[in-house]
Design a protein around this ligand. Structure first.
Ligand code: B12
Length: 357
């Protein structure tokens, strides 16, 4: 997908025809060239216009325009020679693209890219919206709109950065409910309406997963002696909300055991016997995957495990009497925590989802 970024519409086919497309992976390896017979000097790898354009998801003509207009070309490029970009040149271009995705005008974005150091990934402010292909996110917070733009540009680094910054600023619950969920729902809406954007859904999902896992502290001494077990119903592969729940619980020093996607009923029963959890959360996203049978199979061990059914898949399903529905993330956190406190009243009171934790 080509990002929603202005271009001068120059002819690309000539460029593609002339320049070799490297087959090596994104992070090209450093190569060496001989200086004398027994000495080698490292030479930075460089990429041609077409490869850089593909990597950034923008048109090759846009790269040439940025070079001509803003001086964002390859270092040491001589007129008449093919442009070949080194790592620092590409890093500058990535900053330019990030600033554009944040809504900056091209000249502002270029100034930012030229001034900032290549390691600088702080959010560009001074936003001015620019038109083009975007998700409809009316009334959502600006981070959600930024996330939507980055997602549609398939800019995974910006997607991860925005999510990570949202968690750091406001905690897991707010980042999920106010920034990530609106975008996932908008992408899903696109897919439902047109059948496209599945690749965007996959990319956002992977980035959310990565960010949530990174923001999940290990809990060396959990407040709950018996863990909370998290798993999906048999055949259910939509596991993302469980990772969000785990991150939020861990930040409250609540220990969990994650079994992830599509756990067969028998395996779920075996895990309950072996782990003796205080609670089990079984997630079903899709109604067809929410079999009350899987919940009924959970054994009644001497140390009772409380059964929670989470996710929209359970709506309209007959739950076994011992199972309790969890409807949203804040409610789930409060309910699980209250249950653990009741089970062990000596536990400390709840800590909030501290941004810095
Ligand atoms: C991420 C995602 C994926 C990821 C899943 C990866 C993963 N590890 O989880 C990937 C890309 C792999 C995927 C694949 C597919 N998906 Co999908 N996917 C989604 C998406 C966008 C988000 C799922 C999610 O996390 N939902 C949670 C939040 C974002 O949803 P929400 O409605 O805002 O949340 C409500 C409640 O769930 C609750 N809540 C939210 N968070 C939490 C947390 C806790 C702890 C609790 C208790 C409650 C709670 O609060 C909200 C309402 O108050 C949904 C769309 C959607 N809106 O859910 C589609 C969706 C679930 N997928 C769908 C489909 C069809 C598929 C595919 C079959 C085809 C496709 N689109 O690619 C495949 C096949 C998957 C398979 N093999 O089974 C359909 C299901 C339709 C249906 N009802 O049958 C949906 C609804 C999209 C749609 N528009 O139709 N998917």
């Amino acid at each position: 997908m080509v990002a929603d970024i202005p271009s001068d519409h120059a002819d690309l086919s000539t460029e593609r025809g002339r320049l070799p497309v490297p087959r090596r992976p994104r992070g090209a390896r450093a190569v060496t060239t001989p200086r004398s017979s027994d000495e080698k000097v490292p030479v930075e790898p460089t990429l041609p216009v077409a490869a850089v354009a593909r990597r950034l998801g923008i048109a090759p003509s846009t790269l040439r325009t940025w070079d001509r207009r803003y001086g964002l070309g390859p270092t040491g490029h001589a007129v008449g020679k093919h442009r070949r970009y080194g790592p620092a040149d590409v890093a500058r271009l990535e900053l330019m693209r990030s600033a554009l995705l944040e809504g900056a005008a091209p000249a502002e974005a270029a100034e930012y890219a030229l001034r900032a150091s290549p390691g600088d990934v702080t959010e560009f402010t001074g936003a001015k919206p620019h038109g083009g292909r975007r998700l409809s996110l009316p009334g959502e917070v600006s981070a959600a709109r930024g996330l939507g733009r980055a997602a549609m540009a398939m800019d995974d680094r910006s997607v991860q950065r925005i999510i990570t910054e949202a968690i750091a600023a406001d905690g897991v619950v707010a980042a999920w409910d106010e920034v990530v969920r609106p975008v996932l729902n908008a992408v899903a809406g696109r897919w439902a309406a047109s059948g496209d954007c599945v690749e965007v859904e996959h990319l956002v999902n992977e980035c959310v997963l990565a960010a949530m896992i990174r923001q999940t502290p290990l809990v060396p001494v959990p407040r709950n002696p018996r863990p909370v077990m998290l798993c999906c119903a048999p055949h259910e592969t939509h596991s993302l909300p469980l990772y969000v729940l785990r991150a939020a619980l861990a930040r409250r020093r609540i220990g969990t055991v994650m079994l992830g996607a599509a756990v067969p009923g028998a395996a779920l029963a075996a895990a309950v016997r072996r782990i003796a959890p205080a609670a089990v959360v079984v997630w079903a996203q899709v109604p067809g995957h929410a079999g009350g049978a899987a919940l009924a199979q959970i054994p009644r061990t001497s140390q009772r495990a409380h059964v929670f059914a989470g996710g929209p898949g359970w709506v309209g399903t007959d739950l076994p009497a011992r199972a309790e529905r969890l409807v949203d993330l804040p409610g789930a956190l409060a309910r699980v925590e209250a249950l653990l406190l009741a089970a062990d009243p000596r536990s400390e009171r709840v800590e909030q989802d501290q941004p810095g934790e």
